[in-house]
Design a protein around this ligand. Structure first.
Ligand code: GCB
Length: 603
């Protein structure tokens, strides 16, 4: 007979080890958690590049880095005389000729990192958009698809004495069967967009762990630690010095140790974002983490944090530093964006529409903002194309694997605005929600959906997919894409699920900062006043929304989106920001700030 505790462990193991679906059998390893606890050689900085718009580098085999030895050797490529790009960073904003580039760039970096007895080495990428083929010293070591999640390859036996050379083929061409697919409303920044490190571990090391409160509990931790390597059965401890916790257990012959202990925690909340120093120790390894403890659940139509109902005062954010008009990647980028969110009065940020860099997630947690983490399953995904659901599943696993110890993360979102008319969409997302719950039963699961009707001033929220989520997340653009059909204070609602909390996960409208009233004292289109009025009307409408537990307007800052064609008001920018790309606050900012200040939560 399987004991309850063992059943939990077996479930975790099967989930962890199935992390590579068939699709990815020859692909990357999922990346280890918490790099900051490891000895790393950082490979950020200048990389040499070959820009390859026709993709010929593949048949020229540029990863072999051939150099002419005699006069008759002609190799039609060379990294030696090539330009350089900064890593991390998108390539589009680093060279004028790459501004609108979607294609292949070959990156090369020399490093010196020889193998050390009893140590293992991993080449870890924070993210590469979109496909990466990685070569070390002329040999292909693996590939990864997906622009926003970390991946790694073990290189212990692939490094040489002396210099090593990494070549990465990066391609950001949109694909019909990509995640996201061909069309999306943000800039397709390509490149090695996040940090690159060579990570050193002992032969046997703590590969992963899950240390969070058990669902429905405020004082019981239920989790696991996974050891990888040649000594799998080890003594394992979890130490929290501030609480006097020194929990001891053993990992089994598969390297899994169940963690289960009680303590009296100061619970994490937006008002008190308390994190504890947690030390995970095995006989061969030690990992130090900052971990917070909180519970998040729904009770009927309420979202409940630490047993108290709360209202999510949110804002959507894209991973872009508007001041540089480039992909955001650093802690200082995160600070710019999150300081604005905090100033707006937010206790919640939706990191749209893909997993943002880890600095964003960690800083939001530290600053007391709950996080909605999302995978880029966006609008026109080809659910019936071969391999698509496998890719989505893998991305979801990669996101959860990276962020599952972040108490700040309270919601996993598995899609945005997919259409129920798309073949296989509903079944695929139901199955994904089930897998998500198996991987992490402690957080809320949702999808932002926009399939609904609005006529006679009545909202008809009919998409049955909502039944499979904890929260009903509605994107609606009344006052912008959809004209009002009556008084905003008198909107009526028909809900397919009236037993769950609702978040209005998007609303808004565009305004060019500095564009003001029209000639007739009436708010002109694209003016700040027009946007301001949308916010006023929406806030009135929120008063009519049943089961409302949170709001998350679209969005904090104007961002680049090439489909936004208006030559005066947009010029390649989506102007639904409350802040312009120069950091100026628009009038609607103050409306939302006042609304948020009027809502008091008690945690
Ligand atoms: C949406 C999408 C968001 C768009 C926004 C807009 O519904 O979810 O990604 O950018 O509308 O600006 O239209």
């Amino acid at each position: 007979m399987i004991k309850k505790g063992n059943a939990y462990l077996i479930l975790c193991m099967s989930l962890i080890f199935n992390i590579h679906s068939n699709f990815h059998a020859a692909y990357s390893q999922s990346a280890m958690t918490n790099l900051s606890a490891r000895h790393c050689v950082n490979l950020n900085g200048k990389w040499q590049v070959i820009i390859d718009p026709t993709g010929t580098g593949n048949w020229r085999q540029v990863w072999l880095e051939k150099k002419p030895e005699k006069k008759t050797d002609f190799y039609e490529y060379s990294f030696e005389e090539s330009p350089v790009l900064n890593v991390p960073g998108d390539f589009n904003t680093q060279k004028p000729e790459l501004t609108y580039y979607e294609g292949t760039v070959w990156y090369k970096k020399i490093f010196d990192c020889h193998s050390i007895k009893n140590k293992r080495l991993f080449l870890h990428f924070g993210a590469v958009n979109y496909v990466a083929d990685v070569y070390l010293n002329g040999n292909r070591i693996g590939s990864h698809e997906g622009g926003f999640t970390p991946f790694q390859f073990e290189i212990t036996n692939a490094v040489k004495e002396g210099e090593d050379s990494i070549v990465v083929m990066v391609n950001n061409q949109r694909k019909k069967d990509g995640i996201p697919g061909l069309g999306y409303d943000w800039f397709n920044y390509g490149g090695i967009t996040r940090d690159v490190n060579v990570v050193e571990t002992d032969n046997s090391f703590i590969e992963d762990y899950f240390i969070q409160l058990k669902k429905h509990s405020l004082n019981e931790v239920l989790g696991w630690i996974k050891i990888s390597g040649n000594i799998l059965a080890q003594k394992v401890s979890v130490i929290i010095p501030e609480l006097g916790v020194d929990y001891k257990t053993k990992s089994n012959k598969e390297g899994m140790a169940e963690i289960n202990f009680h303590s009296t925690f100061k619970l994490w909340s937006p008002d008190n974002p308390k994190l504890y120093k947690v030390i995970l120790q095995s006989e061969t390894d030690t990992v130090v983490e900052n971990i917070g403890f909180r519970s998040i659940e729904t009770q009927g139509t309420k979202i409940v944090l630490n047993d108290k109902p709360l209202f999510l005062k949110g804002i959507n954010i894209h991973e872009e530093n508007p001041l540089r008009a480039a992909r955001a990647f650093s802690e200082s980028d995160a600070l710019v964006l999150l300081t604005w969110a905090k100033e707006l009065g937010c206790n919640f940020v939706r990191l749209a529409h893909y997993p943002h860099n880890e600095y964003m997630v960690r800083l939001a947690e530290k600053m007391g903002m709950m996080v909605w983490d999302e995978i880029p399953v966006y609008q026109h995904i080809e659910f019936s194309a071969q391999g698509v659901t496998d890719k989505i599943t893998l991305m979801m696993r990669e996101m959860i694997r990276r962020d599952k110890n972040r108490c700040g993360v309270v919601i996993w979102s598995i899609s945005n605005e997919t259409y129920d008319s798309t073949p296989n969409r509903t079944n695929a997302l139901i199955s994904l929600s089930q897998q998500c719950r198996l991987l992490d039963s402690t957080r809320l699961i949702t999808s932002a959906i926009c399939s609904q009707g609005y006529s006679n001033n009545t909202f008809d929220v009919w998409d049955t997919l909502y039944r499979h989520f904890d929260v009903v997340s509605i994107n609606e653009y009344l006052g912008w894409y959809v004209p009002w059909q009556g008084n905003s204070k008198e909107v009526k609602w028909n809900l397919v699920c009236n037993d769950k909390p609702i978040i209005i996960s998007e609303f808004g409208g565009e305004a060019l900062y500095g564009s003001n009233y029209g000639p007739k004292d009436e708010a002109a289109s694209w003016s700040e006043e027009y946007q301001e009025q949308i916010y006023k009307d929406q806030i009135e409408m929120l008063g009519t929304t049943p089961n409302l537990s949170g709001v998350c307007p679209w969005l904090l800052v104007d961002y680049r989106s090439l489909g936004r064609l208006h030559p005066i008001f947009q010029n390649g920018w989506n102007r639904k920001g409350l802040i312009s790309e120069r950091g100026d606050k628009k009038k609607a900012w103050y409306i939302l700030k006042t609304y948020y200040e009027s809502i008091i939560n008690e945690y």
